[in-house]
Write a protein that binds this ligand. Structure first.
Ligand code: PLP
Length: 403
């Protein structure tokens, strides 16, 4: 009898769907903790706050009122109307309720959008450092990621002239993420206007603007590129409830797009999943239209932690960090440390550095290679000030050992 090997059935797509270092580092941190090690984890991009009580209460009430059934594929009309109002009032965007498709998280909304418009041969410009899921999804769709880099000298924002040079007749989409995971960069109105001019000069080109960190800005202001003149028809705007409202586990996000794309996204949503969770959508209306004090309290907490992390990192030799105008991530450039040694250990990459920090100093971080920027580390400061203190002193002690 032949033995059956299920691994033989796997197709290459299943390898493409690898979030790699982020998951690897958070799982290693968890395993070491379970084995009794004292580990500070700065790996996951997840608020440490619970969802505000008013939102929880709205979900409970919705459940008790019987909203436990399948929802319409695009989402319940009341939420799509509330989102249309929010996008107009807060972002200056003109999307009607029928241009908005809810999904089980912004991640799925992004997948719906990319799978709707990208196919084999299509190029997608991605601005590194970028959130890893964009690249995975573009590859899933058969598209070709074209990665452009900006470093700390450019505040991690690729200038429009360099983007212009990368556009070919096959370029269909440019992905913008402001505020950015992992750098916290916020694009100014002028920077987005320069990008918008480029897009409008090419008839086949659109932007996907991921705005999920819009409520966690400390310096500067939010600009939605889709609100710039002539950009409404050229922009897919993605957003969600996970970060600003601390609703990661609830799985609700959305994409707003010109009607034909919105309808295509709904077909993707229907084919792969179904309408997003109905009582969560009811709670999302409470999140959007109820009091926002909790959102502001969380932002203030992230701001204090941002200052704490920046002060700590700036004092470390070999570590370069600019401002962090938004989000709960620090993305220090540690390329000056590569090649140094700790005893017999050579720190030849940020992967090695991350493994060494975790194994020998109990500090879990993510290597920048996960975000297309191999000279940096990502530290999520969505954790308590005590944890941040601990993390910074571990990092200080570790780096002091390098020669
Ligand atoms: N977009 C960015 C830039 C993110 O960092 C994340 C989550 O880390 C998402 C989208 C996905 O959010 P959601 O939890 O709504 O799927």
């Amino acid at each position: 009898m032949t033995t059956f090997d299920a691994a033989c059935l796997l197709v290459s797509r299943s390898q493409t769907a690898d979030e790699g270092p982020i998951i690897r580092m958070s799982q290693r941190a968890r395993a070491l903790r379970a084995a009794g090690m004292d580990v500070v984890s700065m790996t996951l991009g997840e608020p440490d706050f619970d969802t505000p009580a008013t939102i929880q209460a709205a979900a409970t009430a919705a459940m008790q009122s019987g909203f436990t059934h399948y929802s319409p594929v695009m989402g319940i009309p009341e939420l799509r109307a509330a989102l249309s109002r929010k996008l107009k009032a807060e972002n200056g965007l003109d999307y009607g309720p029928d241009d908005i498709c809810l999904a089980n998280g912004a991640k799925q909304a992004i997948a719906n959008a990319i799978l709707s418009i990208i196919g084999p041969g299509d190029e997608v410009i991605m601005l590194a450092p970028f959130w890893v899921s964009y690249e995975i999804t573009v590859r899933f769709a058969g598209g070709t990621p074209i990665v452009l880099h900006a470093g700390i000298e450019e505040d991690y924002k690729v200038p429009a002239q360099r983007i212009a040079q990368a556009i070919t007749p096959r370029t269909k989409l440019i992905i913008v993420n402001s505020p950015s995971n992992p750098t916290g960069a916020v694009w100014t109105r002028a920077e987005l206007a320069a990008l918008a001019d480029l897009v409008k000069a090419h008839p086949q080109l659109m932007v996907m603007s991921d705005e999920i960190y819009e409520y966690i800005i400390f310096d500067g202001a939010m600009t939605s590129i889709g609100a710039l003149p002539g950009m409404g028809e050229r922009t897919i705007t993605v957003n969600g409830f996970s970060k600003g409202f601390a609703m990661t586990g609830w799985r609700l996000g959305y994409a707003a797009a010109p009607a034909p794309i919105a309808r295509a996204m709904a077909r993707m949503q229907s084919a792969i999943s179904a309408g997003a969770n109905q009582f969560v959508q009811r709670a999302a209306i409470a999140a959007l239209e109820g009091p926002r004090d909790a959102v502001e309290i969380m932002r203030q907490a992230y701001l204090r932690r941002r200052d704490q992390v920046l002060a700590g990192l700036k004092a470390l030799p070999g570590v370069r960090i600019g401002n962090i105008p938004a989000t709960f991530y620090a993305f220090p450039d540690v390329s000056a440390l590569l090649g140094r040694r700790a005893g017999n250990h050579v720190i030849d990459s940020t992967e090695t550095l991350c493994d060494w920090l975790l194994d020998e100093h109990g500090l879990a971080t993510v290597p920048g290679s996960a975000f297309g920027a191999p000279g940096s580390l990502r530290l999520s400061f969505a954790c308590s000030e005590t944890e941040i203190d601990k993390a910074l002193s571990r990092l200080r002690a570790a780096l002091a050992r390098l020669s």
